[in-house]
Design a protein around this ligand. Structure first.
Ligand SMILES: [Zn+2]
Ligand SMILES: [Zn+2]
Length: 156
């Protein structure tokens, strides 16, 4: 098998995604061993997911702000705080879902109470977690973009 980037050069390894041959130089370029096409494709789909998270948070925040401002007789700026809590609460809910919680068989009223506690807890931790989660996502999106530019420019 030959290297996909260097015809005539013997393959020393294979891309872990598409299985194409890579010469020693190409095989050591990225860790784990993948070809440039597969690395860029994978990073692009990761970036798309991160952009989706950030965009969804913004849409929910703006949407809820407008909805409260229009449906409640209040000063326009007063709709921003509850909208922040709701957008944050969704991040909080997601984070709580990642915790390994013990499963109990409970009655319906207890289950209802648990959901209310969970929602309140989600709102509280969400308001702190949201800026951190958004910051991490934006940082990763920029990182992926810089890496892509460097790869395409042949610097990596
Ligand atoms: Zn590949
Ligand atoms: Zn090569």
């Amino acid at each position: 098998m030959e290297c996909i980037n260097h015809p005539g050069k013997m393959a020393a390894g294979t891309c872990q995604v598409c299985g194409k041959g890579l010469c020693a130089e190409c095989a050591n370029r990225f860790s784990p061993t993948v070809c440039e096409t597969c690395l860029l494709e994978n990073n692009n789909s990761v970036a798309r997911r991160l952009i989706f998270d950030v965009a969804l948070t913004l849409i929910i925040f703006v949407g809820v702000s407008i909805w409260i401002a229009m449906s409640v007789e209040t000063h326009k700026s007063h709709s921003v705080i509850p909208a922040l809590f709701i957008a944050g609460g969704l991040w909080g809910w997601q984070l709580i879902n990642r915790l390994p919680l013990p499963i109990f068989i409970v009655s319906l009223p207890v289950l209802g109470m648990m959901y209310i506690f969970k929602a309140v807890f989600a709102l509280i931790i969400g308001i702190f977690a949201m800026p951190i989660m958004l910051f991490l996502r934006i940082r990763d999106i920029l990182k992926i973009n810089t890496l892509k530019k460097n790869i395409l420019a042949g610097k990596v």
